[in-house]
Design a protein around this ligand. Sequence first.
Ligand SMILES: Cc1cc2nc3c(=O)[nH]c(=O)nc-3n(C[C@H](O)[C@H](O)[C@H](O)COP(=O)(O)OP(=O)(O)OC[C@H]3O[C@@H](n4cnc5c(N)ncnc54)[C@H](O)[C@@H]3O)c2cc1C
Length: 443
Amino acid sequence: MTGTVSIIGGGLAGCEAALQLAEQGYQVKLYEMRPDTQTEAHQGGYLAELVCSNSLKSTRLDTPAGLLKAELKMLGSFLLNLAEQCKVPAGHALAVDRELFAQSVSEVITTNPNIQLIRKELSEIPQGQVILATGPLTSEPMMQHLQSLLGEDHLFFFDAIAPIVDADSIDMNIVYAKARYDKGDPDYLNCPFDKDQYYRFVDALLEGEKYEVHEFENQFFKADKFSFYENCMPIEELARRGQDTLRHGVMRPMGLEIPTTGTKAFAVLQLRAENSSRTAFNLVGAQTMLRYPEQKRIFKLIPGLEHASFLRYGSIHRNAYLNAPQILNADLSLKVKPELWIAGQLCGVEGYVESIASGLLIARIISQRISQLPAETILGQLWRRLLETDSKSRFTPVNANFGLLPALKNPPRDKKIKKQLLSERSLAALSQYCAQEPEARNS
Ligand SMILES: Cc1cc2nc3c(=O)[nH]c(=O)nc-3n(C[C@H](O)[C@H](O)[C@H](O)COP(=O)(O)OP(=O)(O)OC[C@H]3O[C@@H](n4cnc5c(N)ncnc54)[C@H](O)[C@@H]3O)c2cc1C
């Protein structure tokens, strides 16, 4: 049985859902408010724009991100397939040329005869079957509408993004290309610090003038709800945890010896290519709330970036999500409006690939191609986590992690082997499921 489904939001979740439903013969009305109305982080008019990192994380099966991608591949994710076609070298990570990726998704959507793309901001939910996939930067009128629909149940917080520098402005006499422990291609550039340079940088981060939370507040935001994703923590906040936190974490120098001398630097800040022509580089882990002039001053203390030209400064952004376990039915539709499904980051998953996964899942639920998933799979567990109610603690967004999976019966001691086994078990279970329920897989 097919019909018409309206999807609000042409981001990662909305586009995946649209393509999944269109493939099944549904008529899809996809509403996207850009380019006329922009969010605080999107910059263009293409669909499926990646707003921060260009990495869809690791492809290795001993990582949860790698497993989730393998599951999505088995189920026939359209966006993952397009991402693979737009990938740029990034070691084991699936990083994409963001412009090419967004352009490719836009083209596939606009040329699909079953999808009507409507460039319009919606401030209310239309009649009929609807997927709301307006993301963490859902426009304010829609947030207000949700508030009236759900009461005070929705939550919110902020997130930070890293600066990007022009490749031509990087001093390659200091910076060097190298993969950690020389494993794989030397896709990353490395900025080596000596002891003095490192502590000067940390001191500057600590003293740097930041944007204050209240400057980003609007009627929905209250400072007491201010928090970050742990893996998107501003660099100055990490530095605040201890003078050596950065060099033991995101700036650890292990396996990144300076090729010309063979010596180990005191700390290393890595740069990751933003596009396939490697004309722009992202400062890995340097997401920040520092004021723009302060960023210019402080990030130029990084060896090799003394003359850096900034293509984009880091910044903080609003990040909204709903209290999923309280408001969703088992099929991820709203309790108060069962013809409305919430997909993507707004429903409480966290991350690019998780958002794609949620779009796929909801489209499959609507087209009755999936009614449950094996408990051994990450996707099945992400679904379960959105429904799990723990009235004592506040619901926080969930990303792919091995902690979601049921324990192995006889876990090996070696952590890497354990993760590999968890992945193999998951993929075997999903493969068996797809064999039993062939409609779960794309034709
Ligand atoms: C600043 C920031 C940085 C992030 N960085 C990362 C990262 O580096 N890595 C990672 O894995 N995840 C990151 N995330 C989290 C998340 O994975 C992404 O936001 C992801 O794009 C979410 O996918 P989505 O489909 O839910 O929403 P989006 O991709 O944001 O798509 C939502 C779409 O809905 C549109 N829209 C909004 N309101 C309306 C309306 N009322 N009517 C019509 N259209 C509307 C928007 O214009 C947008 O195109 C970040 C989030 C933010 C906010």
